[in-house]
Write a protein that binds this ligand. Structure first.
Ligand code: FAD
Length: 319
């Protein structure tokens, strides 16, 4: 079922969350031990992130450096299929521009279609770690809007190569999610510019938005207001991340271009041990979630960043 159908049919506030594929060499069972306890709260859908390959250099015997690559977290599509199979819950694979050319993207979409996956969260992806700018693959997409267009083309039965368009071709009808940034995307020169390009993704056929994490609900409410005044009327799902360590006070703002309210910073700064910080993060996320839920938000999306233990406690308090 499509994410937008879940939203339309929701009689009460829902929650979703994302999981990361296990690191290469680790077992899929690790994912299920995380998911099993959350099943009692009936999440309508679960996102699975996508991680592009990383590059590193090794010194050869002749002293020259050789560039190598590794996909540290492969398996997004397989995990989605197994989530649907094991739990009967919709899985939403993240699909990125980075590292894909259009043919690879089309192949991935065909796989998803064959597996009965109805949803994709379409993203550009970040620059690779050794580069300070995003570079697309040859014949790949530079911006998420182009990827939205490709998915929508397939939804209309248009393959990259017309010769494959047959009368009895499989029907594609992906529900397309995109990312939105209540405090603007880190590369955008200003909020207006970011909203301009957000609207382009909506005009290209996106069906719902999931926001970057924020720690002050006012940022979300203002963002929604701005979107609505720009004519963006699709659902905007707020993204919440419980802080779980002191180091995140610096790492999250620098990585995601966001503000952490001073009240939360002060509480974490004065906390004596890691456990206390973990609980402060949970309590803050619970308060944010309560306010969002009371304001009529239909779905709250939780970021786990590979540490889902706190999500159980938040969901238990809210749902
Ligand atoms: P875009 O919409 O393409 O925007 C990127 C930047 O370019 C913005 O500053 C925008 O204003 C600007 N822009 C857009 N179109 C144009 C244009 N035509 N001309 C000029 N400027 C333009 N990353 C992963 O690698 N894997 C994941 O699984 C993943 N999941 C995510 C889930 C969520 C909910 C969010 C919010 C982010 C996620 N990310 C993920 C991170 C995301 O890939 C990065 O934030 C990335 O830097 C931008 O992606 P985007 O889809 O917003 O890009």
């Amino acid at each position: 079922m499509k994410v937008t159908d879940h939203i339309d049919k929701a009689k009460k506030s829902l929650f979703s969350f994302e999981i990361l594929p296990p690191l290469r060499g680790h077992d899929i069972k690790n994912i299920f031990s995380t998911l099993d306890p959350l099943m009692e709260f009936n999440p309508p859908f679960i996102d699975v992130t996508y991680h592009r390959e990383e590059f590193f250099y090794v010194e050869k015997e002749n002293g020259l450096l050789q560039r190598k690559s590794v996909s540290r977290r492969p398996g997004t599509i397989g995990i989605c299929a197994e989530i649907m199979n094991k739990y009967g819950i919709d899985a939403v694979p993240h699909l990125i521009c980075g590292g894909f050319n259009k043919k690879m993207t089309e192949n991935a979409l065909i796989d998803l279609n064959f597996l009965g996956i109805d949803n994709v969260l379409v993203l550009r992806g970040d620059p690779i770690k050794s580069e300070n700018k995003f570079f697309s693959k040859k014949d790949g997409h530079k911006y998420a809007v182009e990827l939205v267009e490709q998915v929508q083309n397939l939804n209309k039965g248009k393959y990259l190569n017309k010769t494959f368009e047959k009368k009895n071709s499989p029907l594609f009808d992906f529900c397309i999610g995109i990312a939105g940034y209540p405090e603007k995307h880190l590369e955008a020169p200003n909020m207006e510019s970011d909203l301009f390009f957000l609207k382009k993704k909506v005009e290209a056929g996106a069906n719902y938005i999931v926001t970057q994490m924020f720690f002050d609900n006012k940022k979300y409410f203002t963002f929604v207001k701005k979107c609505r005044s720009e004519g963006i009327i699709i659902p905007i799902i707020p993204g919440i991340k419980p802080i779980s360590s002191k180091i995140q006070l610096n790492s999250l703002p620098s990585r995601f271009y966001l503000n952490i309210p001073n009240e939360l910073v002060k509480e974490i700064e004065k906390a004596k041990d890691k456990k206390l910080i973990f609980n402060i993060g949970i309590e803050w996320a619970i308060q944010q979630s309560k306010e969002l839920k009371n304001s009529g938000v239909k779905v709250i999306h939780y970021y786990t960043m590979d540490k889902p233990e706190n999500i159980y406690k938040i969901v238990q308090a809210i749902y």
